[in-house]
Ligand binder design. Structure first.
Ligand SMILES: [Zn+2]
Length: 488
């Protein structure tokens, strides 16, 4: 037997449907696909392969899937950490208006590079990202050898960009980038959420989705109380009824959050075969209301909904760790509900195969099985932190960190080996990011130093906010809240 890559004598966590785990396993890769996963044989070190990796002391597992994220503002990691919720939200809203106009391309382009570099180094091989100007993201991730779903956020109440122009841009992006870089980069259709879009925007989104039937529809749903309130303002019974009315509640839908989902929402989502991305850190960090229930992930999964994990706006909570999302999913659910919400292997599955299934690529990636594309990561488990190596799924979900990832293979190509990223120039990325942040600081009233992050004052932010969209948004919500209170 020949192979391009042979990894032998490793612990192999396959995440197949039997969760098979090898104590001494071999993984063979040829033409970008996994061709065999089996127990190691004594002569595997001499196997006829272009690259033979001695896996002793490593854990081999599928690459991690970041099922919901935004990447453009990655250089602002640290900037928001100590703000209060309102400061953070208004500061962000002001920045997004400028991004949409293309004024901060230098910052967002550096952001994609920084995100690609850090996620690659931390074992994240697939992202599903919703951004304002995604072209640079598609190119950066494509050239780095990573896998990514990218889409352009559409909203008519969040900013003032004319809707016709938004759809024209989204269409251009899809035509240019969908199914490029050997199929590793795919476009998505991204209505932003159920509280900042009118019914008209949802209907136009459904028309676009009908034009491109291969694309996922990526959005945020049931994140806030306002989700259902705005759906009623849009003439629907609730959030999912609105999505269903316009014809988008189906197996192409992947929606972040679902924090407010009740039993009926869970049933409708399962019946439609739609998917959910759970982002625990963002809610644990920026919780708007501690009395609101926690996302009912166990119930969603029990109903058959594919639930992946997402790191969401990682620059709002200063983390590149997808392993950390597994741990946070468990901690937050156990704290809010009670112990034992997940077993560790379920969390490992959400980090890998269930994230892939949520993005409708579970038959291509997400587990180590013959026939699948070879997205494989190797962790150094011969370190004191993993000694003794008992209960590997628990070590992955509770204890592993990006720095433990040694080698990353995507589509059969080695992107990082022994900690060295091969497909990006890490020094050059650092230089560009530092230059971009200096320029951002000089062009805005942000102060970002080694011991300080100060946003512009409230007056400056208010002057900078988009004028029409958010005002309409607040007006509609207020009107509907009054209707809800007095008319029904
Ligand atoms: Zn998000």
């Amino acid at each position: 037997m020949t192979a391009d890559i042979a990894i032998h004598d490793a612990y192999v966590l396959t995440v197949d449907d039997r969760n098979r785990l090898y104590e001494r396993g071999t993984v063979l890769i040829e033409d970008g696909r996994i061709t065999d996963v089996r127990s190691s044989q004594n002569d595997d070190a001499d196997i006829a392969a272009a690259r033979v990796i001695d896996g002793e002391g490593t854990l081999v597992m599928p690459g991690l899937v970041n099922a919901h994220t935004h990447l453009e503002l990655t250089p602002l990691i640290g900037a928001f950490s100590d703000l209060d919720l309102m400061e953070m939200m208004s500061g962000m809203t002001a920045i997004f208006g400028h991004i949409a106009e293309g004024e901060y391309d230098y910052l967002t382009e550096a952001g994609y590079e920084l995100a690609a570099l850090n996620f690659l180094a931390g074992g994240v091989t697939t992202v599903n990202s919703m951004d304002v100007r995604p072209s640079a993201g598609a190119e950066t991730f494509g050239e780095a050898g990573l896998r990514g779903f990218f889409g352009m956020a559409l909203s008519d109440l969040f900013w003032d960009v004319p809707v016709d122009e938004q759809f024209a841009r989204a269409r251009r992006f899809i035509d240019e980038y969908h199914d490029t870089y050997d199929g590793r980069i795919r476009a998505t259709i991204d209505p932003h959420d159920d509280w900042s879009c009118t019914r008209n925007l949802w209907e136009r989104t459904a028309d676009l989705a009908a034009e491109y039937p291969d694309l996922l529809v990526h959005t945020h749903l049931l994140e806030l109380e306002e989700s259902n309130t705005m759906a009623r303002a849009n003439g629907a019974e609730d959030s999912l009824a609105l999505i269903d009315d316009v014809g988008l509640l189906d197996d192409r839908l992947v929606a972040a959050h679902f924090r407010l989902a009740d039993n009926e929402d869970i049933r409708r989502t399962a019946d439609a075969n739609a998917s959910v991305a759970h982002c625990p850190s963002i809610f644990a960090y920026w919780n708007t209301n501690g009395d609101v229930q926690w996302t009912p992930v166990p119930e969603l999964r029990a109903a058959g909904v594919d639930v992946g994990l997402g790191i969401d706006d990682h620059y709002w909570h200063d983390s590149y760790s997808m392993f950390g999302e597994a741990r946070q999913a468990r901690l937050a659910a156990n704290l809010k509900r009670s112990a034992g919400q997940y077993d560790s292997m379920e969390l490992v599955r959400m980090l890998t195969i269930e994230g892939a299934e949520a993005l409708d690529v579970g038959d291509e990636i997400g587990s180590l099985e013959p026939g699948k594309r070879a997205d494989v990561i190797l962790l150094d488990v011969e370190q004191p932190k993993f000694t003794p190596l008992t209960n590997i799924p628990a070590q992955v979900a509770n204890n592993a960190a990006p720095a433990d990832v040694e080698t990353v293979i995507v589509d059969g190509n080695v992107l990082m080996q022994d900690g060295e990223v091969k497909t990006m120039d890490a020094e050059a990325v650092r230089d560009r990011v530092e230059t971009a942040v200096d320029r951002f600081e000089s062009e805005t009233d942000w102060k970002l130093g080694i011991g300080v992050s100060e946003p512009p004052g409230a007056m400056d932010v208010a002057r900078d906010l988009p004028k029409r969209g958010p005002a309409q948004l607040l007006g509609r919500l207020a009107f509907q809240s009054v209707r809800d209170k007095f008319l029904f």
